[in-house]
Design a protein around this ligand. Structure first.
Ligand SMILES: [Zn+2]
Length: 336
C-alpha cells in the first residue's frame, strides 16, 4: 500500500472475495513494480488515503463467480492492467483498455498474494499448461511492459524496412526494442545513456545507440537517417521533452506510438501541424496481444523476462520501489 510520497508499506489486508458473478480470484505466482507506479510514489499523483498498488499479475485461478464460463479454477492465467469484457464494440476493434466496462486492476492492487479480477472471461488468458518457474518472469512481463512495448511498436507501424527510434530506456522502451525486432524493423535506434540498459537494448535487437537527448538527440537521429528522421518512433517516458523529441525525430508521414503516461505534456498546434506525423497512443490494449505474446514466450521465441534485474520477496516491496526510483534497477519482480 502507498501511504504517501516515498512511503510504501507491506501490510495485512482482508482477502479479496467474489463481488460480481463475472469475477475471478487469483493466487499470485509473481507480480512486480511498474514505472508508472513511480508517479504516485514520488507524490506526482497525490493521494488522500492509503491506496493498494500494482497492476501486473500472473497466477492460478482459485475461485470464479457463477457467470464465469471459460476460466476455471486451477488454470494458470495472465491478465492485463484493465479488466475488459472483450465483447463490446471497442474491445472487438482491439482497444480493450478502453472497453465500455473497463476496470483498472490497480484499484484492487496486484502487489498482493491474492487478486480479484473483474470480467474474468474477457480479461484473463490461460496458458497451455502450468508453466515452469523460469517462464514466470516473461509471462509476467506480458501482463504490462511487454504488451505495452508491443502496442507502442504496433501503433508506430513498425515493420519490415522501417527505421525505428525508441525514446526511453525503461522496461517498456527496452521491450519496444524487442517488439520492433520481432516485427522485422530494419534498424532500431535505442536512446539511452545507461550502459546496462544499452546492453540489454542491443541484446533485444537494437542496431544503434544514441546517448544524446533533446535537440541534440533529434540532431543525431537526423544524422543517422540522411536528414529525414525515422519512420517510426516509440515514446515510452511521458514528459514534454520526451514527447517533443519523439515527434521531432519522426519524418513527415511517419508514425509515433506513445505509451509513456503523460505528465504535463502540451502539444504545440503549429509545430504539430507542420510535423505531419501520425500520433497513436494511450494505455495499451494488452489483451489484444496476449494470446500471441504467450505463444511466443511459451515456445521460447522471446525472453522479455530479462528486464527484471531485481527479485524480492513481496514483503520487501518498498526496496523494489526505492531501487527503481533511484534507477538502480530497471524493474523489480516480487515473489508473493
Ligand atoms: Zn469491451
Amino acid at each position: 500500500m502507498l501511504y504517501g510520497p516515498y512511503d510504501i508499506r507491506f501490510v495485512e489486508r482482508p482477502d479479496p472475495a467474489i463481488i460480481e458473478p463475472t469475477d475471478a480470484i487469483i493466487r499470485m505466482s509473481a507480480t512486480c513494480v511498474c514505472g508508472s507506479d513511480l508517479w504516485p510514489y514520488r507524490g506526482l499523483e497525490p493521494i488522500t488515503e492509503p491506496i493498494p498498488m500494482g497492476h501486473e499479475y500472473v497466477g492460478v485461478v482459485e475461485e470464479v463467480g457463477s457467470e464465469v464460463r471459460t476460466i476455471t479454477p486451477g488454470q494458470f492465467v495472465v491478465g492485463s492492467f484493465f479488466a475488459s469484457d472483450n465483447t463490446c464494440p471497442i474491445c472487438r476493434a482491439g482497444y480493450q483498455s478502453r472497453c465500455v466496462r473497463a476496470f483498472p486492476i490497480g484499484a484492487e492492487g496486484a502487489q498482493a498474494p491474492l487478486l480479484r479480477v473483474p470480467l474474468a472471461d474477457g480479461t484473463l488468458v490461460a496458458t497451455p499448461d502450468s508453466p515452469p518457474k523460469d517462464l514466470l518472469p516473461s509471462l509476467l512481463a506480458a501482463s504490462d511492459v511487454l504488451g505495452t512495448g508491443w502496442f507502442a511498436a504496433d501503433a508506430a507501424e513498425v515493420g519490415p524496412g522501417k527505421i525505428v527510434a525508441v525514446v526511453g530506456d525503461g522496461a517498456v522502451g527496452l521491450l519496444a526494442v524487442l517488439a520492433s525486432k520481432q516485427m522485422g524493423a530494419e534498424r532500431i535506434i535505442a536512446m539511452s545513456r545507461h550502459e546496462a540498459r544499452q546492453n540489454l537494448a542491443l541484446e533485444f535487437g537494437a542496431t544503434d545507440i544514441v546517448t544524446e537527448r533533446g535537440d541534440a538527440g533529434v540532431a543525431k537521429i537526423k544524422e543517422l537517417t540522411d536528414g529525414l528522421g525515422v519512420h517510426s518512433t516509440i515514446e515510452a517516458v511521458g514528459t514534454q521533452p520526451s514527447m517533443m523529441q519523439a515527434i521531432r525525430s519522426t519524418r513527415p508521414g511517419g508514425h509515433v506510438g506513445y505509451v509513456g503516461v503523460p505528465h504535463g505534456v502540451q502539444l504545440p498546434g503549429e509545430e504539430l501541424f507542420f510535423a505531419e506525423v501520425h500520433l497513436m497512443g494511450g494505455p495499451a490494449p494488452v489483451r489484444r496481444f496476449l494470446p500471441e505474446l504467450i505463444d511466443l514466450i511459451w515456445n521460447g521465441k522471446i525472453n522479455p523476462g530479462k528486464v527484471f534485474d531485481l527479485e524480492l520477496p513481496l514483503d520487501q516491496v518498498a526496496e523494489g520501489y526505492r531501487a527503481m526510483d533511484e534507477r538502480r534497477a530497471i524493474k523489480a519482480l516480487l515473489w508473493p
